[in-house]
Design a protein. Structure first.
Length: 222
């Protein structure tokens, strides 16, 4: 599998400027990455920059904590879709997951998935695995699959840990092909990206996409 076609080229730092996003999009187009992943306010910039490209525009919602209301997530998602986003990465309500309220998780994700699919977009759900145990990760996968999401995703990249091979393997087995798996957070080397794909990842979220495909390394970032 070509690594480039699996990469969501990502820039979610709060200090990112419009020029930074335009550069991100140019890099993604040059290297034929799957998507760029940006904050909601940068969706119009990315859509314009990639108007003549096959690269998709992905944005995050409920980011980075997942603790906003379902209503707020839906409104944010709707705005991003209306402004041209092709993919949505929404953060699961982690507190409800820790409490075992899987009906809440499933119902919220179903509403967001229905909204995304009704606008010909896909939905990825971010778990923040560093805050969950293995049983919670597996249960979250089950709720996400029942809700009809398109991908489950390891991390925001903004908490205490990122993607691990063990978690990617667990998620891949838990969804059993019903949806994709996105590894994000700390994937900065080609060898690491390849290992994630071999463990079951079908997308890689990283700010180091250019370095990864060129054989370089990055010491920090998403």
């Amino acid at each position: 599998m070509e690594i480039a076609s699996c990469i969501d080229h990502t820039l979610l730092k709060p200090e990112a400027t419009e020029d930074d996003i335009i550069k991100l999009c140019a890099e993604a187009d040059e290297h034929s990455f799957a998507a760029v992943c940006v904050n909601p306010c940068r969706v119009p910039v990315a859509v314009k920059a990639l108007a003549n490209s096959d690269v998709k525009v992905c944005c995050v919602t409920g980011f980075p904590f997942g603790a906003t209301s379902t209503f707020a997530k839906l409104q944010e998602t709707r705005w991003c879709l209306e402004n041209g986003a092709d993919e949505i990465d929404t953060v699961m309500n982690i507190g409800e997951a820790k409490a075992g309220n899987w009906d809440y998780i499933e119902n919220e994700l179903r509403e967001i998935a229905d909204l995304a699919h009704g606008n010909n977009a896909i939905l990825k759900v971010i778990f923040e695995n560093c805050l969950l145990d293995s049983a919670e990760i597996a249960a979250a996968c089950g709720a996400a699959v029942r809700a009809g999401v398109d991908f489950v995703k390891t991390s925001t990249g903004f908490s205490g840990g990122g993607a691990t091979l063990e978690d990617v393997s667990l998620m891949s087995k838990a969804v059993s092909g019903a949806c994709g798996v996105k590894a994000a957070g700390g994937v900065r080397k080609a060898a690491n990206a390849i290992a994630m794909i071999e463990a079951g990842a079908t997308r890689i979220g990283t700010s180091a996409g250019v370095l990864i495909i060129s054989g370089g390394t990055s010491s920090g970032g998403y």
